[in-house]
Ligand binder design. Structure first.
Ligand code: SF4
Ligand code: SF4
Length: 289
């Protein structure tokens, strides 16, 4: 019996085949939901072609200063670790000024809380959107960060608000090891780290492994283009006792299909069984983890 769980697909760097694995995994399972949390560059929809049913905007609250009330004490600028607010004190008969930089603001609300003059109100600033839809039996959710915005975690959190606990949830995480990745991976029951057998692949894999160990999320590795490169990834996994869950050899057909928005299991249907086996394997590893 395979239970519902949250499985995130991550990689230390982009272009390793993370979305290839995420989309083919959802197409191989039943009662499943896909969340594309790579909100700066979501592309699972290109492969799954979902019918989008609803769209909601994502906002963060940013400060707006009432300079009638402000006495330019500077407390708001002191508290803001993101330098999203600056205070110019009145000097030589010139009026002071409070400058807010909304694009740097993380919407934490600390400045409003600490303003002794109650001179700060919060106003919503739109930073992106979340779209939900269906692709056959698959529930589909993805986020899109507006171009030029840097603050992806609020969009990712809003995507994750749609997690359906009655389904197996597959999360396509952003590449890398920074804050958006941690936001995406948090609360996963298991993570699949996708890598390539190259020195760059190994370097980024080691960083991703550190993140998952800190988050205490059980994980295994999938090696893409497994037959080109060297053995260093496999040697590292053996040394670190990390299970290798799947090896996908290079295929020209897959590469061509990818460039045309065709999923791996559509090109190589026999992989549905491999993905199903992979899922059963991680369900067992999750219990051990
Ligand atoms: S904390 Fe309030 S009163 Fe002080 S400078 Fe900022 S907005 Fe003005
Ligand atoms: S809400 Fe937080 S991040 Fe934004 S300006 Fe205020 S203290 Fe800085």
């Amino acid at each position: 019996m395979v239970n519902e769980m949250i499985v995130s697909i991550a990689s230390g760097k982009g272009g390793t085949g993370k979305t290839t694995i995420a989309t083919s995994l959802v197409l191989s399972l039943t009662n499943v939901q896909l969340l594309d949390c790579d909100v700066e560059e979501p592309n699972a929809h290109i492969f799954l072609k979902p019918e989008i049913k609803e769209t909601e905007k994502v906002f963060i609250p940013v400060p707006e200063i009432d300079e009638e009330k402000c006495n330019y004490c500077g407390k708001c600028a002191e508290i803001c670790v993101y330098n999203a607010i600056a205070v110019i004190s009145p000097k030589d008969g010139k009026k002071g000024k409070v400058l807010a930089f909304p694009s740097l603001c993380h919407g934490c609300g600390a400045c409003k809380e600490l303003c002794p003059q109650n001179a700060i109100e919060e106003v919503n600033r739109e930073i992106g959107m979340v779209e939900t839809g269906i692709c056959g039996e698959i529930e589909f959710v993805h986020g899109k960060l507006n171009i030029g915005e840097a603050m992806s975690p609020p969009v990712i959190r809003q995507v994750k608000n749609f997690i359906n606990s009655e389904k197996t949830v597959i999360i396509d995480a952003p590449p890398g090891t920074s804050c958006p990745v941690v936001t995406s991976l948090k609360d996963s029951d298991f993570s699949i780290l996708v890598t390539e057998p190259t020195p760059f692949g190994l370097n980024d894999l080691i960083l991703a492994v550190e993140v998952l160990r800190k988050l205490k999320i059980p994980f295994g590795v999938a090696i893409n283009r497994a037959d080109i490169g060297d053995n260093s990834v496999e040697e590292y996994c053996e040394k670190e006792n990390i299970p290798i869950l799947l090896k996908i050899p290079f295929s020209k057909d897959l590469a061509t299909g990818y460039s045309r928005g065709i999923t791996m299991v559509e090109i190589l249907p026999e992989y549905r069984k491999h993905f199903l086996d992979l899922f059963i394997k991680i369900n067992d590893l999750k219990k051990i983890g």
